[in-house]
Design a protein around this ligand. Structure first.
Ligand code: TYM
Length: 334
């Protein structure tokens, strides 16, 4: 039994229109979790500027991510949704964590290595300390559970290390050890063009990803053109080991229809991929089409979205401010 009240926190960057990976890996789970838990979902704009952003696009993307949360089913009246930069506790705690976290830990972050590439000396300092800010996001709310896709696992481990080191350094039991919640059949949705690359907002090919704003015809065309195989669908997952694009389509269908991969294989073994693709396209249209329409409705009324953000800020700050007060006392600022 832990002394910490169970609380969910997660964040999404406003760096472009959200895609199926964001939806199946994270946002679909955000919606399910709100049945059981108190949840805080954040549009993490401070993370977005760790790489160059166009201010006008950023402003618009913040509202689009907010609209996507609501359109997907996040209940903004019962839960908290808000914008990271509007609650100063995130930056305040991030600074303390910059002084707790170790450079060696950050140097091991694979996402930093991937994003920095050969350009390590010339990327922003923000990109390097990004995981410290992420730990601050979670721990400013003493959150205990964090629903994310598989790509955030290492960052979550770092958050746990930071929480533990802070507690040890100051001889307190103040921060919980946040648990990652990585579940479902699509914790890592891959590109529709290359099954070894994850589906991402930054892939140059539009056909690599399905967006939550794609129209029905575009969704069907992207699935029709997705890379697959001329052989028939096998009946075991093992047979798909060297066919990542095929496994990806099966994982997506399983996650979208709330079935296991084994159930999907049971239904499609011996059939051609074209028949699976047809059903997958239909399922995706059924899921995405109402979300797209609602995103567009919500974006027609930006004033209302700004009111929702302001209310979220107030509720979020009411939780985070006392945490920061206590951190300042613990470290000796007060
Ligand atoms: P971001 O904005 O890149 O992605 C948002 C969420 O979508 C998940 N995701 C995927 N899941 C499955 N397959 C994919 N191809 C895929 N692509 C993205 C991500 O895992 C994530 O859950 N660092 C985070 C944002 C963040 C955060 C936080 C998350 C900032 N502070 C605190 C949790 C807690 C990020 O860049 O997510």
């Amino acid at each position: 039994m832990t002394k910490f009240q169970e609380r969910i926190f997660s964040g999404v960057q406003p760096t472009g229109t959200l895609h199926l990976g964001n939806y199946l890996g994270a946002i679909k789970n955000f919606v399910e979790l709100q049945e059981k838990y108190n949840c805080i979902y954040c549009v993490v704009d401070q993370h977005a500027i760790t790489v160059d952003q166009n201010p006008q696009e950023l402003r618009s993307n913040i509202l689009e991510v907010l609209a996507s949360f609501i359109a997907a089913g996040v209940d903004y009246q019962k839960q908290i949704i808000f914008q990271q930069s509007s609650v100063p506790a995130h930056s305040q705690l991030a600074w303390v964590f910059n002084c707790v976290s170790r450079i060696g830990w950050l140097n091991r972050m694979t996402q930093f290595k991937d994003k920095a590439g050969k350009n390590k000396e010339n990327v922003s300092v923000g990109l390097m300390v990004y995981p410290n800010l992420m730990a601050a996001d979670i721990l400013a709310y003493l959150a205990t559970h964090v629903p994310v896709g598989d790509d955030q696992k290492q960052h979550l481990e770092l958050s746990r290390d930071i929480a533990q080191k802070f507690n040890n350094d100051f001889g307190v039991d103040f921060f919980p050890q946040p648990e990652p919640l990585i579940y479902g059949s699509a914790t890592r949705v891959m590109s529709l063009r290359d099954g070894n690359k994850k589906m991402s907002k930054s892939d140059p090919s539009d056909f690599s990803r399905i967006l939550l704003t794609d129209d029905d015809e575009t969704i069907s065309a992207k699935i029709r053109k997705a890379k697959s195989d001329s052989e028939l669908i096998p009946n075991t997952k093992d047979a798909l080991q060297n066919k990542p694009e095929c496994l990806n389509l099966i994982n997506i269908l399983a996650a979208t229809t709330n079935q296991s991969v084994e159930q999907v294989l049971g239904n499609y073994a011996g059939k051609e991929y074209s028949s699976l693709k047809k059903d997958l396209a239909d399922c995706l249209v059924q899921v995405i089409s109402p979300i797209r329409k609602e995103i567009n409705n919500l974006l027609d009324n930006r004033d209302e979205l700004n009111v929702i953000l302001a209310e979220g800020t107030e509720k979020a700050a009411a939780i985070a401010n006392p945490v920061i007060e206590e951190v300042y006392r613990i470290v000796g600022f007060k």
